[in-house]
Design a protein around this ligand. Structure first.
Ligand code: NAD
Length: 490
């Protein structure tokens, strides 16, 4: 492992994400030696008046369960420093800058800095601006990289405004926009499977693929995020970012290499060939839903912190088209929602049926052959199933589905880092493959904004689906109209 020297500056260090995800991830990188154990420090900031001791207690609390020994956890925590800081007060950044320089010297970090903004998005621009204005970036040859959390804007205009604000302090190649779906093992495996196998790459086109289905299902409702969620909705929360990123990786052309610049180039090309709907087309090709009540489960409009006339969608299904040679006439169907049958993410690649069914024609019957389906299970288990047609054992020639299944082993599972661990590691290596670039984010907003505008204008007929189902009937009709059906539907 290459150990990287790094000073982290974390904004939002007292927050939920930091404690649940970021500290355990940085600890794992420390344990594995990816973060140089002697040459690293973290300055955490938040509004609370914490001491370094208090901060370190929180760190110990968050990493101890995963430590080999108490000494190890304590040694790790000793690199953590806390500053109470109001990010809207410019003067505070002078103190931060001094502190960063001091720790840089103390730990001989050589100017490598990672700024991580884990705060509400309205602060992203302010922090970035002040970091630069108050010399918090190093200037002695080390790297300066900015990691920012989602959401990146709430439409094209706000995203552009935010991006312009960031661009005043950081170049595009210094900005790492988190989309934690890109840190998932099976999402990365799409690239491995597509470009490592002629068997797959050879048929990855409209000659053999009938349609592709991407499902991001959640079992829970809005829980304590209701206040935030009601101002966002499923289109912004799940489609514009995670779903679009997965679609892009499925649809892109062969990158000339696995380098981040090469992959980004192809992702952007794919997104540019994606058809952005007109408003009328959006009405026809996108479906929204909001969950109703079911037994003890309240309907969405009666959840805490949700207005009882809310038109926020908790479900989206849609058809996405890429207008290029590879994908002409191959619909990509997507769906995501809350309160569905279960929590899972899966991709179903549905292949065309044989042009001629010699088994049926010999018997003079209708074909009973199924479509071949390659299913990539992204969550909660990493699994791949290739569904073929095979022969039923016995005399005669009766056909039946035959599944080739690969399930991740326990060892593979243990070797699989959490998305945040992998992404922070990528950022310290300067590898932007698994982060969303501005061109990608902005194109995805252009696509989503049309749908959003239609939905903000037209009055929905909510609620329209039952908790514990796979969404509204209209989502099934969307495919039925094309003579198709969701592969997973129960
Ligand atoms: P949080 O509310 O738990 O924490 C917010 C942090 O910001 C706290 O440390 C607080 O002290 C600090 N803060 C707020 N105002 C401040 C100010 N004026 N000056 C200085 N510090 C201030 O938030 P969170 O859940 O940790 O989320 C952080 C970011 O991560 C958000 O962008 C969120 O969208 C994103 N995110 C969170 C999760 C999650 O599971 N929590 C998941 C994905 C993305």
């Amino acid at each position: 492992a290459t150990a990287t020297r790094a000073l982290f500056m974390l904004f939002g260090a007292t927050g939920d994400l930091a404690k649940r995800k970021l500290y355990p991830s940085i600890f794992n990188l420390y344990k594995k030696g990816y973060v140089d154990n002697d040459h690293f420090a973290l300055i955490g900031t938040g509004r609370r008046e914490w001491s370094d001791e208090k901060f370190r207690e929180v760190i110990l609390d968050s990493v101890s369960a995963n430590a080999d020994s108490e000494e190890q956890a304590k040694a790790f925590a000793s690199h953590f420093y806390y500053m109470s800081h109001d990010v809207t007060n410019p003067e505070h950044y002078d103190a931060l800058s001094d502190y960063a320089n001091k720790l840089d010297q103390q730990y001989d970090i050589e100017g490598n800095r990672i700024f991580y903004i884990s705060m509400a998005p309205n602060f992203f621009g302010t922090v970035a601006k002040n970091l630069k204005a108050h010399n918090c970036l190093s200037d002695n040859g080390g790297f300066n990289r900015l990691i920012i959390e989602k959401p990146f804007g709430r439409d094209y205009d706000t995203a552009e405004e935010l991006n312009n604000a960031l661009a005043k302090s950081f170049n595009e190649n210094q900005v790492y926009r988190i989309d934690h779906y890109l840190g998932k093992e099976m999402v990365q495996n799409i690239i491995a499977l597509r470009f490592g196998n002629p068997l797959i790459e050879g048929i990855w086109n409209n000659k053999y693929i009938d349609n592709i289905q991407v499902t991001l299902a959640e079992k829970l409702g809005v829980e304590e995020r209701a206040g935030y969620y009601d101002g966002s909705g499923a289109l912004r929360d799940m489609v514009q970012n995670h779903t679009m990123q997965m679609l892009t990786i499925l649809a892109m052309e062969d990158p000339i290499s696995f380098k981040d610049v090469d992959i980004r180039r192809e992702k952007i090309r794919a997104l540019r060939s994606m058809h952005v709907y007109t408003e009328d087309e959006a009405r026809q090709n996108f479906v929204r839903g909001q969950y109703g009540a079911n037994g003890d489960q309240r309907d969405y409009r009666h959840e805490d912190n949700v207005p009882n006339d809310s038109i926020t969608e908790t479900y989206v299904a849609g058809k996405v088209l890429f207008e290029n040679k590879r994908w002409k006439n191959v619909p990509f169907y997507i769906r995501t929602g809350k309160m569905l049958t279960d929590k899972f993410t899966r991709i179903d690649v549905v292949f065309k049926k044989p042009l001629v069914d010699i088994f049926a024609s010999a018997k003079g019957t209708e074909s009973e052959l199924n479509n071949n389906v390659l299913t990539l299970f992204v969550d909660p288990v990493n699994k791949i199933i290739l569904r073929l047609n095979g022969k039923q054992a016995g005399q005669g020639m009766e056909m039946q589905p035959l599944d080739l299944t690969h399930t991740q082993s326990d060892e593979e599972k243990a070797a699989t880092p959490e998305p945040y661990e992998r992404l922070i590691h990528d950022a310290i290596l300067g590898n932007a493959t698994n982060f969303a670039s501005w061109d990608e984010v902005s194109r995805a907003w252009e696509f989503a904004d049309v749908i959003r505008h239609v939905w903000d204008t037209d009055k929905p007929d909510f609620p329209n689906y039952t908790p514990g189902s796979m969404g509204p009937d209209a989502a099934d009709e969307l495919l039925a109209r094309d003579g198709r059906a969701w592969v997973f539907n129960s």
